[in-house]
Design a protein around this ligand. Structure first.
Ligand code: PLP
Length: 344
């Protein structure tokens, strides 16, 4: 069965009978400011998309790694990985995943017949991991915002090497974290792979680009499995330009940070610490936890009635807000105030 994610505005608009164009959609963690689309030469639309060496070179520079594979979004790897891994390591059967996190990981490992073990805020006890196991870390996690330092990741990587296991680091949102936290530069052996998502930080999820950062062994295997023409030509041209534009990266980081600080202050002011216990996240989304069970669901519904679409967690106890641009803040504030008035 398909999982619910943010970004399903069409469906929500129909449910609440509000025209699509009237919504404020803050249901995803995709940057609200997008990299400007360059002119695309006609041949990029006409020809079959060969893998662009220029894109690969620029991506290696941006991700600071020596090997990578360009894919149709990191989701393509998330889906294909468990089957491929179970063929490589036939003794593997256990996977450790964050209980709250992007649920496509769990879905893929479950489908491949693995035994799923969920951890909460803290990573599973490193001394109790079984041989041949897999550990998935989403860093920073979506939706909790939990972030593990490089030193912690190194320990898990070393342990999984000893155990003949695999560490999967999903760094879909790491572009907004301080420099030097990504693990891409440390990927050499068969026991770690990193997933990078292009669409979130660059605000272009629709072009479907992601990267597998792994050693040659894994890149070759995935390349063979996924087959030719994974990523369309126009998307490759856009990504090459975007990944190479350092000035834009710096500007985007600063703008997103300013917007996040503003929005976090606004959400605290509106919801207050009487209603909300924590606001966690990163510069691409903010997740609100509530003291009273039931409030998240009520508020979600009250916001939708006003055409404001945020993400109600699968557990139905938190609300995640993507970052809104400045001109939408007042609308967000008004809607939240009205919704709060009705649950208070
Ligand atoms: C944590 C995480 N990883 C991976 C993905 C997949 O993103 P994409 O396929 O666009 O790279 C998502 C999508 O929301 C996500 O939240």
């Amino acid at each position: 069965m398909a999982l619910i994610h943010g970004g399903q505005l069409q469906q929500v608009a129909e449910q609440y009978k509000i025209p699509l164009s009237d919504w404020l959609d803050v249901s995803t963690g995709i940057a609200p400011l997008s990299y400007p689309i360059p002119d695309i030469p006609l041949k990029a639309w006409q020809q079959l998309p060969q893998q662009s060496p220029a894109l690969i070179a620029v991506a290696k520079q941006y991700y600071q790694c020596s090997e990578l594979l360009v894919t149709n979004g990191s989701q393509a790897i998330i889906k294909a990985l468990p089957e491929l891994y179970s063929q490589k390591n036939m003794a593997s059967q256990d996977v450790y995943l964050p209980e709250r996190g992007y649920k496509e990981h769990a879905k893929a490992w479950r489908s491949a017949g693995y035994t799923l073990h969920f951890y909460q805020e803290l990573l599973p006890n490193i001394n109790q991991l079984p041989t041949n196991c897999v550990v998935v870390i989403i860093n920073p996690n979506n939706p909790t915002g939990k972030f593990f330092d490089r030193e912690v990741i190194v320990q898990y990587h070393e342990r999984l090497k000893q155990l003949n296991g695999l560490l999967i680091l999903d760094e879909a949102f790491i572009d907004v974290m301080p420099d030097g936290q990504s693990y891409c530069g440390k990927v050499e052996d068969n026991h770690v792979i990193v997933l990078r998502s292009f669409g979130k930080f660059f605000g272009l999820a629709g072009i479907r680009i992601g990267f597998l950062v792994a050693n040659g062994y894994w890149c070759e295997r995935f390349k063979a499995l996924l087959g030719p023409w994974q990523v369309n030509g126009p998307a490759q041209i856009i990504a090459e330009k975007a990944l190479n534009d350092n000035a834009w990266h710096n500007e985007q980081c600063e703008k997103l940070h300013t917007l996040r600080v503003q929005q976090e202050a606004l959400l605290w002011q509106v919801f207050t610490d009487k209603l909300v216990s924590t606001i966690q996240g990163c510069d691409l989304f903010l997740t609100l936890s509530f003291y009273q069970t039931g409030n998240a669901k009520k508020l979600y519904h009250l916001l939708c009635q006003q055409g404001v679409y945020c993400r109600l967690s699968d557990e139905q106890d938190t609300l995640r807000f993507g970052i809104a641009v400045e001109e939408n803040l007042m609308r967000l504030e008004d809607a939240c105030l009205q919704a709060c008035g009705e649950v208070a």
